[in-house]
Design a protein around this ligand. Structure first.
Ligand code: F6R
Length: 602
């Protein structure tokens, strides 16, 4: 969480920083700030609480800056106040620093080194910048050595950008666990949390590894280890299209991303199948997955919810026993592992700290892993044995939509490829059924107006709501509930429909919305029975199904697709339902309160 950007060299520093921060706002939007140095020991600090738009109003775009750093914050240590906003400065304002991550030993460092230093914020970051100055003054070190000394004593996660206003011809950077890239330009260089934020100034990037110290001038970048050994590294071209980052005529990214799902699905069929309909996964990867006696899917949030559908696909189609684990739990309480496990990390961003921590554990054990991610070159893709890309294009709305359906599609295609490689007979043609799914998604998207009206009638005033379903429908209901609660703030819970009567039914009151998902015929009759039970207790029962259901308050019937892939279409209705609820409540759909898109702290 938090986004950082820095620029040194020829160009409009303020423009690059502010445009970059706007694109990084998905990483946090509690406060934002920039620091600009002009040379001649003159620097300027601008900070505001809230969105980048607030900061933009206060920045002086005419200052002749030669270097700058910027930050958009998701609060960890300390409230969202101006004092806690980054950049933070050392006591005499010589050093200015931006930070993404958490310094775990900041209290101990404060006690050991900074007892007599007046601090102005509640942040761990201010300790880091104060330490740099402390080492420079007390151990008579150059800025670079004082920075290195600080990096040697801090513990935790960080991506850092540092300016010494006495030498504004240099920008310093370092990272540990948190993401940071170097962007290379003509007469300028940048540091940035995500290449997408500076793609309009350069598409050439350099990776930084943990515990390296980077010095940037306008025409050179030096990477060195803490031992002083200089590291040579090839740059790469980021394949991002600046137009993918625009909202176009859409009011919110979320709606654009919901609409993109049929295109993403067709793109995935093309990416992972050849013209004869044969799977085109790397042979080594197929061998590794087929050899597994058990698959462990590890993920967080929406990706975790997609994992449950993936589990069903891998078990039913590829016949491999599969478990799903929350990354934050898995990292600290390993289940008893099978003889030949394979670990699948599902992560849109490829940067989620909880998932990364679990991957670190898996790598320590020397076991094979596959990351399924939307971001090429992301930390989890670099550190896993294999990677499969989601090809979904940048997902900018905080609430994940197209990544969920893309993750399920990749797992369906992978399961089908393993099935074929094992000689298991197919129960349906994957390519044909996925193509049908894409068309059914389009027909649902064409019904937006009806869904909006339906939402306005049922959900606008409620304080809580329930989703119910059985088997696959239950797994979809987990995602449906997450989507509705995170952007509309309606307390929404999902339940396995059969469990309702074992306690939760006590919460049903007159008018409580209960949305039942019914696609699996084998359990449909039971779920319909549960709908009757909640109606009898006054609930407003709404059904989303592939067939008409009698005696409900409202229903949305979707065209039939094969049961195994039904989650891909069911979820679209629930995404629209969440979107129109948040829209109707006048909320900022793309940036729900308290959240950030890329969760890079544990
Ligand atoms: C919810 C949402 C989050 C993410 C979760 C994992 O809409 O987006 O729950 O799914 O933070 O993120 P990734 O997939 O990037 O690891």
């Amino acid at each position: 969480m938090c986004g950082i950007v820095g620029f040194i060299g020829h160009g409009n520093v303020q423009d690059v920083l502010m445009n970059g921060l706007e694109k990084l706002e998905y990483r946090g939007y509690d406060s934002a700030g920039i620091y600009l140095a002009e040379g001649g020991q003159t620097g300027h600090l601008f900070k505001e609480v809230g969105r980048i738009a607030n900061l933009k109003e206060t920045v002086d775009f005419d200052l002749p800056a030669v270097v700058g750093i910027g930050h958009t914050r998701w609060a960890t240590h300390g409230m969202a106040t101006k004092a806690n906003a980054h950049p933070h400065q050392s006591m005499n304002q010589r050093y200015s620093l931006v930070h993404n991550g958490v310094i775990e030993n900041y209290q101990a460092l404060k006690t050991e080194y900074l007892k007599n230093i007046q601090l102005n914020s509640e942040t761990d970051t201010e300790i880091v910048v104060a330490l740099i100055e402390w080492f420079a003054n007390n151990e008579s070190l150059s800025t670079k050595d004082a920075f290195k000394r600080t990096l040697e004593v801090i513990e935790g996660s960080y991506a850092l950008g540092l300016i010494d206003k006495e030498s504004p011809e240099v920008l310093y950077a370092a990272k540990n666990k948190s993401p940071l890239l170097i962007g290379l330009g003509q007469d300028f260089n940048v540091i940035v949390s995500d290449a997408m934020a500076t793609i309009d100034v350069t598409n050439e990037y350099l990776e930084i590894k943990d515990k390296e110290l980077i010095t940037l001038t306008k025409d050179a970048v030096t990477i060195e280890k803490f031992t002083g050994e200089v590291v040579q590294r090839e740059s790469y071209i980021a394949e991002l299209d600046a137009s993918d980052l625009e909202k176009g005529t859409y009011p919110f990214y979320m709606l654009k991303e919901i609409d993109e799902q049929p295109t993403v699905l067709r793109r995935l069929i093309q990416s992972y199948q050849d013209e004869q309909g044969q799977a085109v996964f790397e042979a080594d990867l197929l061998k590794a997955v087929s050899a597994a006696d058990r698959i462990y899917i590890i993920a967080c949030g929406t990706s975790y919810n997609a994992g449950w559908i993936g589990r069903s696909l891998l078990e039913k189609i590829a016949h491999i026993p599969t478990e799903v684990h929350l990354a934050s739990e898995f990292a600290y309480e390993l289940p008893l592992l099978s003889q030949q496990p394979l670990f699948i990390f599902l992560t849109q961003s490829g940067e989620t700290a909880d998932s990364r921590q679990a991957l670190v554990k898996v790598n320590e054990l020397g076991l094979p892993s596959l990351t399924i991610t939307n971001v090429k070159g992301s930390t989890l893709s670099r550190e896993a044995s294999y990677t499969l890309l989601l090809h979904a294009g940048p997902e900018i709305a905080v609430a994940s939509t197209k990544a969920y359906t893309a993750q399920i599609t990749v797992m369906a295609l992978l399961a089908d490829a393993i099935r074929a490689s094992k000689g298991i007979e197919a129960s349906f043609n994957m390519e044909r059924e996925l193509s049908l799914v894409a068309s059914v998604m389009e027909s649902i998207l064409a019904e937006k107006a009806a869904i909006q009206t339906w939402v306005e009638d049922s959900l606008m005033e409620t304080r809580n709501a329930f989703y119910i379903g059985r088997t696959l429908d239950y797994y979809v209901s987990m995602e449906a509930a997450l989507k509705l609660k995170e952007i509309s703030y309606i307390q929404t819970e999902s339940f396995a429909a059969g469990e309702l009567k074992h306690g939760t039914i006590a919460l049903i009151e007159e008018g409580t919305p209960v949305i039942a998902l019914i696609t699996e015929e084998i359990v449909g009759a039971h779920t319909r029975g549960n709908v009757e039970e909640v109606r009898a207790r006054g609930a407003n029962a709404i059904v989303i199904s592939m067939q008409e259901v009698a005696r409900v308050d409202d229903q949305f019937v979707i065209p039939t697709v094969t049961t195994a892939l039904a989650p891909l279409v069911m979820v679209v209705v629930t995404q629209l339902l969440a979107y129109y609820t948040a829209l109707g409540r006048g909320l900022d759909v793309d940036k729900p309160r308290n959240l950030a898109k890329s969760v890079t702290v544990e």
